[in-house]
Design a protein around this ligand. Structure first.
Ligand code: ADP
Ligand code: MG
Length: 392
């Protein structure tokens, strides 16, 4: 078990908190502040416990000087001031005198945010000198960036070695508790709904869930590799030919634990206008592509979901970004969200976006903040950031 906030004494201590403030920006404005909101409980806890709080995060990908122009965390500092209703000192540097002075002048309960950790080219290399430098600025380290905890970077994984003590924050504690219980000790039946574009991206998840789940429903683009393995015509639907044999292997191994779509909403081109109609697996045509699950599949999947006591949903059932192919994802999302006696979890960035688009975010037990991180957790992998934190 990793140390949590309760295990450390923060009174009058300088504390570095690695948050996940990697928010989407549209023309320089934050379009979704969920990740900032999810970071608040830990920050508020530290304010109440009289810490001197130093926040850091990455924002986007930074490959060159030009990338830095629109990747400053200054917009996050402004949003934090509004949400915390107190000043947040922003230091537009990632190292140096200004940052050190800012931290050393902090009073109990004050909050400072420094610039995008990826402005340091060696951040993503988990450079020990950089990690040691950031660690040297503070007494304690709190990792609360669940969405970055699968990355072995200086600010997520490196720092903890160079501070007196470390722990995970409240967001990570919550993510680990809910995802961890669903995978290790779920209320059964546990039904996993896996979708999205590619089998290759979800092989690890399918592998791990085959060991754990009672049923695995497969939809989305990746279903066609499985349908091809079953011998169906799949037309010009998404298919990974080099994964057909593996899909076949899963089908043989899993038997009726794996559930596939019975019909598809099809198009001639990958566009909303290419819409043609619904075709069952048996009458699928060679010049069509399946872009959503059809009504027979929706009914079949709903019948399985209605008895579930735990549901893990990872991956949309179709191209929900286009209106003609959104019904399958919306119906399954609605069905899971409305289950009365079930723990319902959304993992995966696009699935979370779909839940939001269709208005069901609040009806799930938990919408994970970690796209890639929750995926790796569901694969049963250890997350290096979390591993680096001190044990209880
Ligand atoms: P998540 O982020 O929730 O893990 P993925 O990234 O695996 O989900 O997949 C999401 C993408 O899969 C969406 O952009 C969606 O348009 C696409 N997708 C779903 N079904 C199909 C399909 N039948 N054909 C092509 N793309 C699809
Ligand atoms: Mg995705």
């Amino acid at each position: 078990m990793k140390k949590t906030l309760e295990d450390l004494d923060f009174n009058n201590k300088k504390v570095l908190v690695r948050c996940d403030f990697n928010v989407p920006l549209i023309s320089g404005e934050i379009s979704d502040d969920n990740r900032i909101i999810q970071a608040l409980p830990t920050i508020k806890y530290l304010i109440e416990h009289k810490a001197k709080i130093v926040l850091c995060s990455h924002l986007g990908k930074v490959k060159n000087e030009e990338d830095k122009l629109d990747k400053s965390l200054i917009v996050v500092a402004q949003r934090l001031r509004e949400l915390l209703n107190q000043d947040v000192i922003f230091i537009n540097e990632t190292r140096g005198f200004k940052l050190e002075k800012g931290i050393n002048n902090l009073k109990e309960g004050q909050v400072l945010l420094f610039e995008n950790t990826r402005f340091e080219p060696l951040e993503t290399k988990n450079d020990p000198e950089l990690a040691q430098y950031w660690g040297s600025l503070v007494d304690l380290f709190v990792l609360d960036a669940f969405g970055s905890s699968h990355r072995a970077h200086a600010s997520t994984t490196g720092v903890s070695k160079y501070v007196k003590d470390s722990c995970v924050g409240l967001l990570i504690e919550k993510e680990l508790a809910i995802l961890g219980k669903a995978l290790s000790n779920p209320r059964r039946p546990l039904v996993a709904v896996i979708g999205g574009a590619k089998v290759s991206e979800k092989i690890g998840v399918i592998d791990n869930l085959l060991k754990i789940a009672d049923k695995i429903i497969i939809g989305g683009g990746m279903a066609y590799t499985f349908l091809k393995a079953q011998g169906y015509e799949i037309g010009i639907s998404l298919c990974e030919d080099d994964k057909v044999a593996l899909a076949q292997e899963y089908l043989t191994k899993a038997g009726d634990k794996l559930v596939l779509p019975l019909d598809s909403v099809c198009a001639t081109t990958f566009s909303n206008d290419g819409f043609v109609g619904t075709f069952s697996n048996e009458i699928m045509k060679e010049d069509l592509m399946g872009l959503d699950i059809g009504p027979l599949s929706i009914d079949c999947f709903k019948a399985i979901l209605k008895d579930a006591h735990t549901v893990i949903w990872n991956g949309p059932m179709g191209v929900f970004e286009m209106d003609n192919y959104a019904k399958g994802t919306e119906a399954i999302c609605e069905c899971i969200a409305n289950l009365k006696d079930a723990t319902t979890i959304v993992g995966g960035g696009d699935s979370a976006a779909a839940a939001k688009k269709f208005g069901y975010t609040d009806k799930f037990t938990h919408v994970s903040t970690g796209g890639g991180a929750s995926l790796e957790f569901m694969e049963g992998k250890k997350l290096p950031g979390i591993e680096s934190i001190a044990n209880k």
